[in-house]
Design a protein around this ligand. Structure first.
Ligand code: F6R
Length: 609
């Protein structure tokens, strides 16, 4: 996730772009850049780190021009360096981009053969070269943009200028958001509404494969392939703060609803359907090194540890390798038995958690192979492990992890497929159903998000409870732990997660008519056993909130409250189950008037012990 912004009009563009980027910094903040067209020439300034660095640069060396584009980056391809920062230029063409170009390596290879030299490691630079290539072959700027965009696979929102057309700006999108602001002979584009609000409230939301060309004080809409379009502007009367959260009351809710899109980003370019294989571009270990792995050890903290627990079920079942999952703060002081045949997987959203980083260092000293699953590009853990699977979830602002967690689960699923292929435990025949499952996942997640209002009613009903119990079995047991963690950290209500089969060994003593018990009862191999556990709770007066499969009337008759999820493969059930549990905790916190995005005593990144 990155933020892009563009302006064309009569006013000095650089301050407008800078102010716009400030409002998009929540979308990424590892580097930023701006390009103005002034005197027929493109002038570019870029800087690594937060936007304030770019602002300082502009204050020291001001820019002129009333056409400009800007970018704030959340790195996906290429480290967060000045060279990789946008805008990218090839010949006369300059652009900013939000999204992931999945076929960039193939395109780059072809362009190399045509004498194009690349300065950055980004997927984005390929687009600039493709357009330049078309222009060298005789196309005008607009025609070249259309031709190039039709070659791209993946997601993009782009804003482009060219030294050959100093009074023109072009924007287009496929898969990433793009809003167009229509002023009086001035126009803006941005990844989101907030940068546009101070300038105009008349906005057009571009659909996929649509494009807009600004020239001579007018905006001309068309499809990327060239059919003209009439777009109706909407009047947006949101307050600036509401707009930053995309209309949601809290960042956490926005991030919950973003999850289908983020999962698509995690999968982008990684499922190679033609080759029936999975590509994990920065994995670090080659096939023969992966084949030598005899044991896996996963280390993480908090929510990331829960994703590691799900990973154990996936990896043991499909790769037939023994997997241990450790809390990083325990692992680092435990004299663990690991060596060159152990693959240590560190899972961390921030990539900076002190205990997880220390566990990586400990494992490295003991000779284990190390990889990580991180969200923040080039973070310490990503750097200190031999390879990394980036989750591409974009910045997570809510302190309680949601979208980072589900994308960690997807990353583990992808790793399981890769290891299974290399080790021979997943045959080609068994691979394809997994592809279908993953490709269908975002649509199922959209359906799970429809539980929002049911989750809110349930939160209201149980808002005075002093404790909650969460029960699950098998691969969904870690989700019971995660549901309980979300509830306690957000609502400050005490909550425990348990494997349902453990009930008889102690926790059943807690059950009385005041205890809500969340039972994860999907139709899977443990279904009948979970139902028995649920009956035990009901028999003792416990109040069951069941999450079950659509059409399951048996559970509906027994439980006090029910939420239904669509039928799904058991391997993605943890992802779908997470959604109603996140929503339940979110609403409980919001009803209680807590600070949802920054719960008390917590920090987003725990960089101290
Ligand atoms: C809970 C939560 C934390 C983090 C934990 C590890 O919602 O977010 O439990 O999961 O602090 O953080 P990372 O993943 O950054 O290492």
């Amino acid at each position: 996730m990155c933020g892009i912004v563009g302006y064309i009009g009569q006013q000095p563009a650089p301050p407008i772009i800078l102010e716009g980027l400030q409002k998009l910094e929540y979308r990424g903040y590892d580097s930023a850049g701006i390009c103005t067209i002034d005197g027929g020439q493109a002038h570019i300034r870029r800087s690594k780190g937060k936007l304030v660095n770019l602002a300082r640069l502009l204050a020291a060396v001001p820019m002129q021009g009333s056409v400009a584009i800007g970018h704030t980056r959340w790195a996906t391809h290429g480290k967060p360096t000045e060279t990789n920062a946008h805008p990218h230029k090839a010949g006369p063409v300059v652009l900013v981009h939000n999204g992931i170009i999945e076929n960039y390596l193939t395109l780059k290879k072809d362009l190399h053969c045509n004498n194009h030299n690349f300065k950055s490691d980004t997927d984005t630079e390929v687009i600039a070269h493709l357009i330049e290539h078309e222009m060298v072959r005789g196309s005008g700027f607009e025609e070249a943009v259309r031709a190039a965009l039709q070659e791209l696979k993946g997601a993009y929102a782009v804003c482009l200028v060219s030294e050959t057309e100093p009074g023109m700006m072009i924007a287009a999108k496929h898969g990433s958001p793009l809003v167009v602001g229509l002023g009086d002979r001035e126009f803006m584009v941005a990844s989101d509404i907030p940068p546009i609000l101070p300038h105009t409230r008349e906005m057009v939301f571009l659909e996929d494969d649509e494009m807009v060309v600004f020239k001579d004080g007018s905006a001309r809409f068309s499809t990327v392939s060239g059919d003209s379009l009439t777009k109706i502007a909407r009047h947006i009367d949101w307050s600036p703060l509401l707009a930053e959260k995309d209309g949601y009351r809290h960042f956490m809710l926005k991030e919950i609803f973003e999850q289908p899109r983020t999962v698509q980003d995690t999968l982008a370019g990684r499922l190679l359907e033609d080759e029936e294989d999975v590509c994990l571009e920065d994995l670090g270990l080659n096939d023969s090194e992966l084949a030598q792995v005899r044991r896996i050890c996963i280390v993480a903290c908090g929510t990331s540890w829960h994703s590691g627990l799900v990973g154990k079920y996936l990896l043991e079942e499909h790769c037939r390798l023994p997997v241990e999952v450790d809390i990083a703060s325990e692992f680092r002081y435990r004299n663990p038995v690991i060596g060159p045949e152990t693959l240590l997987i560190a899972i961390s959203q921030s990539g900076e958690t002190a205990d997880t980083l220390a566990a990586v260092r400990e494992a490295t000293i003991r000779g284990a192979r190390t990889i990580s699953i991180c969200n923040v590009i080039d973070s310490s853990i990503a750097r200190e492990t031999e390879g990394v699977i980036y989750t591409h979830a974009g910045p997570e602002i809510g302190v309680a992890s949601t979208k980072a967690f589900v994308t960690q689960l997807v990353a583990l699923y992808l790793l399981m497929l890769r290891l299974g292929r290399v080790g021979g435990s997943i045959t080609l025949e068994r691979m394809l159903p997994h592809f279908a499952t993953l490709l269908h996942l975002p649509a199922l997640m959209e359906r799970a998000l429809r539980l929002d209002s049911a989750a809110e009613s349930i939160a209201r009903r149980y808002q005075h409870a002093g404790d909650f119990l969460y029960l699950g079995r098998g691969i969904n047991y870690p989700i019971a732990l995660e549901g309980a963690l979300k509830m306690k950290e957000l609502s400050y209500i005490h909550a425990e997660g348990y494997p349902a089969g453990e009930m008889k060994h102690g926790p059943i003593a807690l059950i009385d008519e005041n205890l809500p018990v969340v039972v994860l009862a999907l139709k899977d191999r443990h279904y009948q056993k979970v139902i028995s556990n649920m009956e035990e709770v009901i028999a003792r007066g416990g109040r069951v909130i069941a999450i079950c499969t659509e059409g399951d009337n048996e559970v509906a008759l027994k439980a006090e409250s029910v939420m239904y999820l669509p039928e799904c493969s058991e391997w993605i059930a943890p992802i779908l189950l997470s959604i109603p549990l996140q929503l339940l905790a979110y609403h409980m916190s919001s009803i209680k008037g807590n600070d949802v995005d920054q719960p008390r005593n917590l920090a987003k990144s725990v960089t101290v012990e």
